[in-house]
Unconditional design. Structure first.
Ligand SMILES: Nc1nc2c(ncn2[C@@H]2O[C@H](COP(=O)(O)OP(=O)(O)O)[C@@H](O)[C@H]2O)c(=O)[nH]1
Ligand SMILES: [Mg+2]
Length: 325
């Protein structure tokens, strides 16, 4: 799956990437250097190889890849990022976005379009201008994206939880059926009286109800390591696709259960006291659902295999052309 981030210099693309996928905190992005040309990062998510293309927004690089559009081609999703703190640049951004859409049109490609009205926050900005900027920007942009069936989001790296959900949904755009299951799990987690984290085996969060256990989509390192260690045991010791692990403190009632499903999904349950019958039942249902979910993921990945292969070839070509400059 190829996701391309485009937007003018300083609109926040690299910050979105770093806080969502690379464990950076929002304020750590304040001193970022501009992205040169573009950067490609690879991340597995739920068994799918995701390539994120962060296209540098400085004018000289923009011209370069606009004149050599094969780098943009093959995008499953294009995220257009527009800076709400910089209303003077909206017109410029519009020209740029129009050219990008034009190129996709010329090549007959119809990627899924996401528009981020970004920096909707008062970090280094005055509240009083924010909503006016949003309103004005919306009016201009909605005209540009007419006919592309875009999805609009109001985003900020200082709203990490919301941004994480938006990014997770984008990563699942190719699998509408999975999205339904995730939304269902989200509802279940809101109702169950237990702390639960559902992630893939590389520690990318899918859904959880425990505040502060992830930075963006990345689970904290110790939880990631725990899942990875159990997964290694599952593979080499149990030699099974699925396995369960349980832990308990000797003197307190804290309990941890980890379920690994089909070599793809991890469900971590944490609880301080005995579960009630109701909670027990809810957990049983959740675990049964997650087992089905893991099957669906495998199915979706297998179906996509061919597509993914072509995509990899494609991005290798892109890398080559990048290096040969
Ligand atoms: N207030 C605020 N600042 C942001 C946000 N996202 C990025 N920034 C800041 O915008 C500046 C440029 O970000 P950067 O990611 O380098 O932009 P890029 O050129 O599009 O990659 C940095 O100082 C970031 O800290 C946001 O959501 N809110
Ligand atoms: Mg950048």
């Amino acid at each position: 799956m190829k996701i391309s981030l485009v937007g003018l210099n300083g609109s926040g693309k690299t910050s979105i990437y770093l806080t969502m996928f690379a464990e950076k905190l929002p304020y750590e992005t304040k001193m970022l250097a501009p992205t040169i040309m573009y950067e490609v990062r690879r991340h597995p998510y739920l068994g799918v190889d995701v390539s994120l293309f962060d296209f540098g927004g400085q004018e000289q690089y923009r011209e370069e890849y606009l004149n050599k559009p094969q780098d943009l081609m093959g995008s499953d999703v294009v995220v257009f990022v527009i800076d709400l703190h910089n209303p003077d640049m909206v017109e410029n951004a519009c020209q740029y976005f129009k050219r990008i859409l034009q190129i996709f049109k010329e090549y007959g490609e119809t990627p899924k379009i996401q528009v981020f009205y970004h920096k909707y926050d008062t970090e280094d900005y005055q509240r009083e201008f924010l909503d006016a900027n949003l309103q004005k920007t919306k009016e201009v942009l909605e005209e540009i994206f007419e006919g592309w069936n875009p999805s609009y989001q109001v985003t900020s790296i200082y709203e990490q939880e919301m941004l994480t959900k938006i990014l997770r949904d984008i990563l699942m755009l190719n699998y509408p059926l999975l999205k339904e299951h995730v939304e269902n799990a989200e509802k279940q987690l809101a109702e169950i009286d237990a702390r639960i984290i559902i992630s893939d085996l590389t520690g990318q969060v899918i859904v959880h109800n425990v505040p502060g256990v992830s930075k963006g989509l990345r689970l904290y390192g110790d939880l990631r390591k725990f899942i990875a260690s159990c997964n290694a045991l599952r593979e080499t010791f149990f030699v099974q696709d699925s396995a369960e692990f349980r832990g308990k403190g000797e003197e307190n009632e804290e309990e941890i259960e980890l379920y690994l499903f089909k070599n793809i999904l991890a469900v971590l349950l944490m609880q301080r006291k005995e579960w009630t019958q109701k909670t027990n039942n809810q957990i049983k249902t959740l675990l049964a659902d997650m087992r089905v979910f893991a099957d669906l993921v495998i199915e979706a990945c297998t179906k996509q295999d061919n597509a993914v292969d072509i995509l990899l070839l494609d991005s290798r070509n892109v890398l080559k052309s990048k290096h040969s400059q």
